[in-house]
Ligand binder design. Structure first.
Ligand SMILES: [Fe+2]
Ligand SMILES: [Fe+2]
Length: 165
């Protein structure tokens, strides 16, 4: 059974938003490259890759249901942040907006009694819990270490390691 017109439109929008997420993380990665924080940059680059897989999950799903993917335009992501903390705070804010969007999609799937889409979205609902948790941890640690240089370098190293996995 094909997706409704409304659902197709909503998922196509979400494909764009996931690519925008990827683009935003890539901008953050570029920002940390200029600060010589290679670990932070690698972590953001890993997020960039992850968000593209999210977009492609939705892409494949639209195709699997026999509908047509139409890609929206992407906004330009911001490129400057006043502090390391501000980057991760924007990342959390962004993930929270993604979570709200996924929940809206789920509500639409409920309203349309579209059980297959509900099932597909469950993976994203769980994924968002994980993503918000991970970014929150980094924010808490950055707040603890404040701007002490050596501690920032330790966290940079740790995030670089975690991006290698
Ligand atoms: Fe995502
Ligand atoms: Fe995400």
């Amino acid at each position: 059974m094909m997706l409704s017109k409304k659902m197709t439109q909503a998922i196509n929008d979400q494909i764009g938003y996931e690519f925008y997420s990827a683009y935003l993380y890539l901008a953050m990665s570029a920002h940390f490259e200029t600060q010589n924080l290679k670990g932070f940059a690698a972590w953001m680059r890993e997020k960039f890759a992850e968000e593209q897989t999210h977009a492609m999950k939705f892409f494949d799903y639209v195709n699997d249901r026999g509908n047509k993917v139409e890609l929206p335009a992407l906004p330009q992501p911001s490129g400057k942040w006043p502090s390391h903390l501000a980057v991760f705070e924007q990342s959390l804010e962004h993930e929270q907006s993604v979570t709200a969007r996924i929940h809206k999609l789920y509500e639409l799937a409920l309203a349309e009694k579209d059980y297959a889409t509900q099932s597909m979205l469950k993976w994203f609902i769980d994924e968002q819990v994980e993503e918000e948790k991970t970014v929150t941890e980094v924010i808490e640690q950055l707040k603890l270490i404040d701007s002490r240089g050596t501690a920032v370098l330790v966290l940079d190293h740790r995030l670089g390691k975690s991006a290698e996995k």
